[in-house]
Design a protein around this ligand. Structure first.
Ligand SMILES: Nc1ncnc2c1ncn2[C@@H]1O[C@H](COP(=O)(O)OP(=O)(O)OP(=O)(O)O)[C@@H](O)[C@H]1O
Ligand SMILES: Nc1nc2c(ncn2[C@@H]2O[C@H](COP(=O)(O)O)[C@@H](O)[C@H]2O)c(=O)[nH]1
Length: 199
């Protein structure tokens, strides 16, 4: 039983979608996730939900106090502070996904991606998505994000872009269909699900 669990985990992959805010990580990750029946590892966050965000799907929204308690209890595999808010993923969630499935995905900034890479090594595949700064800004504006939120996101643009060079794969995301297609093909090389290219 223990051996089987180990074999399953050894074969499993964690795909991390990273890159600057507004690059389209969430849109692409959801589309690719559906294609492969791949589950998302949902982060915990102390910021309040934005319009349209669903608790338990986009994030698990919790208070600062609850976050502190969870952190004290050592529940987080990685935990970062971004612009005064805390973000983290639980060890329990990662381990349970890896023990039940051959893959899972998560959307993280560069700090989180680096931490997971250090812990899981080759099991972690970092997919870096990017667009130019102006496009990232426009997309967030069109999405209805507050100017203050967009400004904070853009203040991290350069440092997030610099992370591209260490990621396993990088994709420019101007054409959503094309990017999804390219990333699906990339993941197929890891997962070998026998998806057929009908084009
Ligand atoms: N290739 C694309 N062409 C046009 N619009 C896109 C493309 N990819 C994503 N978008 C749109 O850009 C906006 C931001 O995308 P998304 O939320 O997926 O990005 P993100 O990288 O997760 O950023 P954030 O962290 O700010 O949510 C969404 O409105 C999405 O529909
Ligand atoms: N290191 C981590 N980064 C995370 C996590 N969850 C989300 N994120 C990234 O934070 C920024 C800001 O997100 P926002 O939704 O508040 O705009 C963005 O780049 C996310 O991808 C996490 O658990 N760890």
């Amino acid at each position: 039983m223990l051996v089987r669990l180990y074999e399953k985990r050894a074969a499993s992959q964690i795909f991390i979608f990273t890159g600057p805010d507004g690059s389209g990580r969430k849109s692409v990750a959801e589309a690719v996730g559906q294609t492969f029946g791949m589950e998302k590892i949902v982060s915990f966050v102390t910021r309040p939900p934005r319009p349209g965000e669903v608790n338990g799907q986009d994030y698990c929204f919790i208070s600062h106090e609850t976050y502190r308690t969870m952190e004290r209890q050592g529940e987080f595999l990685e935990s970062v502070e971004i612009d005064g808010q805390h973000y983290g993923i639980r060890s329990l969630d990662v381990e349970s996904k890896l023990s039940q499935h051959d893959c899972a995905y998560v959307i993280l900034n560069r700090e989180g991606a680096s931490i997971l890479k250090k812990i899981y090594g080759e099991k972690v595949v970092r997919l870096f998505l990017y667009v130019d700064r102006r496009t990232a800004e426009e997309r967030q504006f069109n999405l209805g994000l507050a100017n203050e939120v967009i400004a904070k996101h853009l203040s991290h643009y350069d440092e997030e872009m610099a992370y591209r060079s260490v990621c396993e794969h990088a994709f420019e995301n101007y054409d959503l269909g094309q990017t999804t297609f390219e990333i699906t093909n990339t993941l197929e090389q890891y997962l070998q699900r026998g998806l057929v290219d009908k084009d």
